[in-house]
Write a protein that binds this ligand. Sequence first.
Ligand code: TRP
Ligand code: SF4
Length: 327
Amino acid sequence: MKKRILSGMRPTGKLHLGHLVGALKNWSQLQDKYECFFMVADWHALMSEYKDPSRLKENIIGNVIDWISCGIDPEKSALFVQSEIPEHLELFIVFSCMTPLGWLERCPTYKEQLRELTTREVNTYAFLGYPVLQAADILLYKSEIVPVGEDQLPHLELTREIAARFNHLMKKNVFAEPQAELTPTPRLMGLDGRKMSKSYENYIGLSDTPEIVAKKVMGMFTDPKRIKRSDPGHPQVCNVHEYYRVFASPELTAKIETQCVNAQTGCTDCKKQLGDILNAYLAPIRKKRGELLKDEDMIRRILETGREKAAAVAKKTMDEVRKTVGI
Ligand code: TRP
Ligand code: SF4
């Protein structure tokens, strides 16, 4: 029997290249090896978007369309919406009872978000419990492997601790401690060299038109030491070259590197070519996306099938948990 894996994404906006390289590519490659559950984490999204949740519904459909366009195959994997499976919240409350406050207050992602997420008020009761709900997501499906980016490692560590604490307190081995399966591709930076993020306006969206992609690429930061075209460049510190490493062939990437260090090509030409490469890369995704956008009913059917698959597993685990806890 194949091992089961679960991963999730919050429907807080449109998806960009960072999601594609950082998660979706990895997800789609795991589909044959594992029994996959991919979840739209709308409760997690509500924890930061509760003041204006009006976009969540359309983001759910939009994100699932992007997932499928990027190679997530609903025939192979279960795609479902977290809030349609009530057991997530049931297991969340069970784990909440058993999780010491200190574990959550010390969590580095929590401290970082309180500091950096200045456009949202996340000093709330629920937001502190964000990793507890994530642990419930993962353990509800007894997922032993969780494909995530590096930023999620503290949540995986907490999930392991919560699983171990449950087993210890209940004197029964209900949950195995899951491992993170890190995305193999290095993290793709935004156009300005910071983390690619919607709130920084430094992303290339999967729904951007070819013109917008070309324009955004022309605005990318390059090697700051290369001022004149005759200056030799430093591809290893240039974000544009990093994109070549991810999206272009190894031969072209090596060629650009040589031309850059010998000042044989200018940054403008280098970026123009990158724009073409990204547009070629995105073309099949755009095409698929355009087709799926016309058939929202099909997306709903896919999510219904996913819900049924998820519900069966969730019920089984939660029955076991209720019995174990005695409730
Ligand atoms: N916290 C994850 C993120 O922001 C989303 C998420 C929610 C998740 N539940 C999950 C990821 C369970 C993996 C497993 O990316
Ligand atoms: Fe970067 Fe290309 Fe300019 Fe070299 S030529 S510094 S790789 S943009």
